[in-house]
Design a protein around this ligand. Structure first.
Ligand SMILES: Cc1cc2nc3c(=O)[nH]c(=O)nc-3n(C[C@H](O)[C@H](O)[C@H](O)COP(=O)(O)OP(=O)(O)OC[C@H]3O[C@@H](n4cnc5c(N)ncnc54)[C@H](O)[C@@H]3O)c2cc1C
Length: 459
């Protein structure tokens, strides 16, 4: 407690009282992120975290560095908090840490308009940046489902991906440069360039670092022109297996749709009211090019691209998830979503085995999946599990075990885009062998010798 008091005195002296929040009512907002287990437990009155004692709100990069230096001096761990939409507890204030809220770092604008490079500080809401770009005919084309609330720093720290990823990639494909505040190297600046071949890639060290290696304070991002034409389509199949196979053909023929989603039978019915297995997609670009690509896709599949209606319906609803979470809780149900990625050669077998095992568990009402991010080598499979709230404690970790273990055994990854947070720690050993884990830990120790940043996950 004395350590914290001394730290706060120093922050106050350096930055002023207005940069510190100690009011317990205001601190409630930092008690959890969007980890579904925490949300469900909160609903049932069982979420009883140690509330954060303090949040600091720096307004510029230099202040972030100063706060980190003070934290090091006083031995106080720091957890960055951006939009709080992370789904694995990564922003939870563990270890008596101080919350560093990046939201006041909210400046953005053109860095180089001719090169379509924007800069955005860590606290800029993605939606603000996108709407500002749209007003001038530009876009980032990065649309995670948390688009209305996630902030730039959090998106980069978790290596997020958006709904148009098959065309434009993940956030790692639009980050050109970064600034990262550290206590031992000051402000690390990685200038934006089209591509760099100068030793190893520092940019990629920080993308997905989840607050373990420093605080991302500013990003340089690649914007692009808003596509001239955008054509939604759908395709109906008898089974998820057939639909997934068609998606593979579309992706591997070379010009896949920018947005592509394949729903299993259960989700086709529950989310889109369609029987069988549904593919929806959007093809976009210059109008004449879109027409040509549609022909190529139709030739590849040996059938015409179907009506736009299901895709249009999905596009309208695509960010509307929070009310559904509340509806479930009202019905005595909880849910979680778990995303993995697998090679094409094992994706369907792994999916089938996973769903069968999940459905054998008492307390699971249903388990379903869709695939929504695609690569030449494979696809991300996104499971949704609905639990009985009352049985959550006994079955929640078991469900995670099944998905992570099955994905790993079928040569997949344990996480495609949600990251590790605090919850996924248990399965890290499925991803890397002992030597590789040791490298990960040594790297963390090297960059955070005084243990100031988040470190629950890779001890
Ligand atoms: C409804 C919903 C839909 C979602 N859909 C998607 C989706 O489509 N795609 C996807 O990728 N994810 C999705 N997510 C997950 C989540 O939105 C992403 O992980 C997002 O990138 C988190 O951003 P945030 O600003 O909310 O970060 P936070 O939740 O505040 O933080 C996330 C992690 O990053 C750390 N962190 C935050 N800021 C910084 C910083 N400046 N420097 C270093 N570390 C930092 C935090 O300590 C924490 O560990 C969804 C979540 C919800 C609730």
């Amino acid at each position: 407690m004395t350590l914290l008091r001394d730290f706060l005195e120093d922050v106050k002296a350096l930055l002023g009282e207005d940069k510190i929040v100690t009011d317990p009512w205001l601190l409630i907002g930092y008690e959890r992120d969007y980890w579904p287990l925490a949300v469900a437990m909160e609903y049932t009155g069982k979420w009883d975290p140690e509330p954060p004692k303090v949040a600091v709100l720096p307004t510029n990069e230099e202040e972030v560095v100063q706060i980190l230096e003070l934290a090091r001096r006083h031995g106080i761990p720091v957890v960055p908090y951006a939009g709080g939409t992370g789904v694995l507890g990564g922003a939870l204030p563990l270890r008596d840490s101080v919350i560093l809220d990046v939201s006041p770092l909210d400046d953005y604008g053109w860095h180089d308009k001719d090169s379509m490079i924007v800069y955005a500080e860590a606290g800029v809401p993605l939606i603000d940046l996108e709407e500002w770009l749209n007003s001038q005919g530009y876009t980032l084309r990065h649309f995670p489902q948390s688009y209305p609330t996630a902030l730039i720093g959090g998106l980069i720290a978790t290596k997020s991906i958006g709904q148009y990823s098959t065309g434009y990639g993940g956030i790692e494909d639009i980050v050109l440069g970064l600034h990262v505040a550290t206590y031992n190297y000051g402000l690390v600046r990685i200038p934006p360039v089209p591509r760099r071949s100068v030793l190893w890639s520092l940019k990629h060290l920080y993308i997905g670092s989840e607050g373990h290696l420093g605080i991302i304070t500013r990003a340089y991002l690649q914007a692009r022109k808003i596509p001239e034409c955008s054509v939604p389509f759908s395709l109906r199949y008898n089974s998820f297996k057939e639909a997934l196979h068609s998606a593979m053909k579309l992706v591997q023929q070379g010009t896949p749709p920018e947005l592509l989603r394949v729903y299993d039978e259960l989700e086709s019915q529950s989310m889109l009211g369609e029987s069988g297995s549904l593919i929806i997609g959007v093809i976009e670009g210059p109008c004449n090019e879109v027409d040509a690509r549609i022909s190529v896709m139709e030739n590849t599949l040996g059938r015409g691209l179907g009506d736009s209606e299901p895709a249009l319906r999905w596009l309208e609803e695509r960010f509307n998830v929070i009310p559904k979470i509340r509806d479930l809780a009202e019905m005595g149900l909880a849910f979680d979503t778990i995303e993995v990625a697998l090679p094409w050669s094992t994706a369907y077998t792994a999916y089938k085995e996973t769903i069968e095992k999940l459905m054998e568990q008492e307390g699971i009402i249903y388990a379903s999946a869709h695939a929504s991010h695609f690569y030449l080598s494979g696809a991300a499979i996104y499971y949704t599990i609905v639990f009985e709230l009352g049985k959550l404690a006994s079955v929640y970790n078991k469900a995670w075990d099944i998905i992570e273990e099955t994905s790993s055994r079928h040569r997949g990854t344990i996480s495609h885009h949600h990251g590790i947070g605090v919850h996924r720690l248990k399965w890290l050993r499925l991803e890397y062998d002992d030597n590789t884990l040791r490298l990960l830990k040594d790297l963390k120790k090297l960059l955070d010798p005084d243990g100031v940043y988040r470190d629950e996950s890779i001890k």
